[in-house]
Structure formats: structure tokens, C-alpha cells
Design a protein around this ligand. Structure first.
Ligand SMILES: Cc1cc2nc3c(=O)[nH]c(=O)nc-3n(C[C@H](O)[C@H](O)[C@H](O)COP(=O)(O)O)c2cc1C
Length: 259
């Protein structure tokens, strides 16, 4: 049984974002091995990040804001898969979703959702949501998830029959590709791009940061300064050589900066 949690970032409890998310989860549940829950971010206390960077530098427990950030992180940690669903507001995610993402800012430095599946749903009236889907796809990767490309659902109110059919088709396809991902190995071999991002950031951190920095101690304590990738996985000889080249490139850039 896979546990899926959807985080809906519309303040409207029965708006298009919810309707699309519900339909997506119902499609998934029809496959039979899925248990899902929808959380409305508007019902949680999420405060606006003050930009002090204490989470980056000293650790997330040093954040001066007291809100539901850790409750929501725990929800993700205990899920096999998550869905971020947002309306398109002014060609971006809603403010509620952005506040949530900023509260997770330190996780982009220290990704922790490896082995879990991620997707997103963007609901809109007319135009611009395709780029928001791409943005959220990127966000999912940055947090460490295995990303399944999201969907953009377009409809004005009241919903026309042709839009309802289009939405149903899109969400059926989306649920099928999401379910396929759920059945795949949870810790796949990284792509060259993922390997590059990991190797260059870990080598830069190793050379530029010290014991007093949480990113440094987190990477060190997870063995990431010496590992092939974030998690044990099959990295063939070619990728191992390419990975070593990325480490070397990051080290060379550091030496040039020092000179
Ligand atoms: C402040 C605001 C900004 C919006 N900006 C866009 C936009 O840039 N593009 C668009 O297609 N729809 C836009 N919309 C329409 C919403 O995306 C659309 O109504 C969507 O269904 C809202 O989600 P909900 O039904 O879950 O509330 C905007 C709506 C609001 C309230």
C-alpha cells in the first residue's frame, strides 16, 4: 500500500485545484494499492520567511518562526509520494504555495526526500500554467524527489463540458504515469545532470564551508563527501569517471577563486 499526500494551495476548498487533485487521486486509487489524503495548506499556520538564513547556516531548528512547517515536513516524510497542487496566480504558484516552498528553503541545500515520488497539478483560468508546472517539476527534483511531470488544467467557471472531458483525459494519463513511477525502484541511478549537481555542490561545500556550517556537517554526517551519490545506487564505470570529473571541475573553480 502506497501512501500519497496532496498539498493543495488554493484557499477555495472546492475550487478547480481541489477538484483536479481529487480526480487525480481517485484515478490512482482505482489502481487499488494506494491510500491518499488531501491537506489544505490554508488550514495550516505557515509564516512568511524572514530571510535570516539561520536554517541554512546553523540548522532549521534555529528558525525563529514558530509555525506548522515541521508538521508538514513530517507528513511528507511519512508518505511514499506527494502532490503539490496550486492555482496559477499571476503566472506563478499561489502565495500559500510559495510561502510553503520558502519554509522548505533549507531542504534545497540538504535534500531529504530521496526514494519518494513527486508530482504537481496546476489549475488555471486561461494561460501561463505550463511554466508553473515546469517550475514545480524543478522544485520536486531540488527537494530530492523522483519527479513525475505535472499537469496543467485549464477551465473557466462554470466549467464547460469540453473542459471537463479534457481535464479527465489529462488526469487519467497523469495518474497512469505516476502509478508506473510508484512501481519502479525507489532509488534509481542518477542522470548525468543529477550527478553533476550532486558532485559539484558537494565538492564546493567541502572546500568552501567548515564545521560551523549546517550544510557542511549534514553532508559530512551523511557520508556525502565521499559517496557516489546521495544514496547507494548502481553507478557504472563511465558515470563514476564523469562524476570524478565534476568533482575536479568544482575543485579547480575553487582554486581559481582563491588565486
Ligand atoms: C489573483 C489571481 C491571479 C490569477 N492569475 C491567473 C493567471 O495568471 N493565469 C490564469 O490562467 N488564471 C489566473 N487566475 C485564475 C485562477 O488560476 C483560476 O481561477 C483557478 O481556477 C483558481 O484555482 P481555484 O479554483 O482552486 O481557486 C488568477 C486568479 C486569481 C484570483
Amino acid at each position: 500500500m502506497k501512501i500519497i499526500t496532496a498539498f493543495v494551495a488554493s484557499a477555495r476548498r472546492r475550487g478547480l485545484t481541489y477538484v483536479a487533485t481529487r480526480q487525480f487521486l481517485d484515478n490512482l486509487q482505482s489502481f487499488g494499492d494506494v491510500q491518499s489524503e488531501i491537506l489544505f495548506l490554508s488550514e495550516y499556520n505557515l509564516r512568511v520567511c524572514g530571510g535570516c538564513k539561520r536554517c541554512f547556516l546553523r540548522g532549521e531548528e534555529c528558525c525563529p518562526l514558530k509555525d506548522d512547517r515541521d508538521v508538514l515536513i513530517e507528513k511528507m516524510m511519512t508518505s511514499d509520494a506527494v502532490v503539490f497542487a496550486s492555482p496559477n496566480y499571476s503566472f506563478q504558484v499561489s502565495a500559500i504555495m510559495k510561502t510553503f516552498l520558502d519554509r522548505l528553503g533549507f531542504v534545497f541545500h540538504r535534500p531529504r526526500f530521496h526514494g519518494k515520488t513527486f508530482t504537481n497539478i496546476v489549475a488555471q483560468g486561461i494561460y501561463g500554467g505550463g511554466k508553473v508546472v515546469k517550475y514545480l517539476d524543478f522544485v520536486g527534483g531540488g527537494l530530492g524527489f523522483n519527479v513525475v511531470e505535472g499537469s496543467c488544467i485549464t477551465a473557466l467557471e462554470p466549467m464547460a463540458e469540453k473542459d471537463r472531458l479534457k481535464m479527465a483525459e489529462a488526469l487519467t494519463r497523469h495518474a497512469k504515469r505516476f502509478h508506473r513511477q510508484l512501481l519502479k525502484p525507489t532509488h534509481p541511478a542518477p542522470s548525468i545532470l543529477q550527478l553533476m549537481a550532486f558532485r559539484m555542490s558537494r565538492t564546493s561545500m567541502k572546500l568552501t564551508l567548515g564545521e560551523d556550517n549546517r550544510d557542511y556537517t549534514y553532508y559530512r554526517d551523511h557520508g556525502w563527501f565521499d559517496s557516489d551519490y546521495y544514496y547507494p545506487t548502481r553507478v557504472g564505470p563511465l558515470k563514476r569517471a564523469v562524476g570524478a570529473t565534476f568533482d575536479w571541475m568544482a575543485a579547480r573553480r575553487f582554486k581559481q577563486m582563491e588565486a
